[in-house]
Design a protein around this ligand. Sequence first.
Ligand code: TXA
Ligand code: MG
Length: 348
Amino acid sequence: MTRTLAVNPTHPEPQAIAEAAACLRAGGLVAFPTETVYGLGVSALDAAAVRRLFAAKGRPADDPLIVHVASVADIAPLVAACPPVLDALAARFWPGPLTVVLPRSSRVPDEVTAGLDTVGIRVPAHPVAQALLRAAAMPVAAPSANLFSRPSPTRAAHVLEDLDGRIDLVIDGGATQVGVESTVLDLSGDRPTILRPGAVTIEMLRPLLPQVRVRGGDDSEGGPLRSPGLLTRHYSPRALLTLYEGPAGAALERLAHDARLARAAGRRVGVLLADDDRLPGLDVIRPPLGAAGDAAAIAARLYAALRELDAAGVDEILARALPALDGLGPAIGDRLRRAAAGRVVRCG
Ligand code: TXA
Ligand code: MG
């Protein structure tokens, strides 16, 4: 049975944190809130426990885990080398929604890194994550606490939806703030590369890393996929999702047309639109998402909205690609494109 421990999100009760830390130290699986999404934690140095975590999630073994530590001082034993810029990055962005990929030390089990010679490391900012890491006093490997290919959980209820009975404990610290996963920044190669966009944007990184680029950007050299988490199977809702790109008017018109056709064919249709997008007189399921200009609000609601559509039993989801927004805009676009897995309609 999975136990739920409700805690105060900003001042978690020490008793609950101690219980969760003891569970982790005993090799248990503990879901906990971070500022991005809920993570499913396990001792990063316990290979058998890490294998149980992969089994609980149904996650393929070739997808590496992020190791979470309480502070930058805890990183040294996990890595083989630290680039000089790490101190400045840590001072600016940690604790926070940034993961860095560094050459790993031999202390990190192969199970954690999927056999790669690098390890992803993050210092989360959420008070519950911080308290848990300090109480556990060890590095904690934690993927998002969802079943493989389901949207990442942003509430404890999402974790239980996917993993009830498969994990030991979930710490319920309420809804997470950011809503999409951390920025993954690879510092192990010749040139700093963003493998996954998140709340720490390329514009924020550039002052410290003038050479930083986004993997898959126009100057990418192709080559083998360095981050298996970038496979499209991640973040896919149960229903097929189609993404409508282009100017708002044209995209909405085409989306409405296709929604009408799907309804006429007797299909249940869900739509993912900004709250101020107008969709006249259609019988579709439409969870609230946030105003079109408010990337932070949309990111915070995105995965909950996808789960609401799945729970409503829709056969398909029609989503409007929001125009290039600042901040979390690229991260939202990235997650929607992956959820669409190539089903993109260009309009206008
Ligand atoms: O915000 C987050 O990052 C959340 C919270 C819980 O911290 N965690 C998370 O973990 O999203 P997960 O496992 O769902 O995604 C981690 C991704 C992997 O799929 C992979 O793409 C990348 O991080 N990653 C981890 N270690 C890596 C490595 N050594 N090299 C390249 N990519 C790595
Ligand atoms: Mg994940």
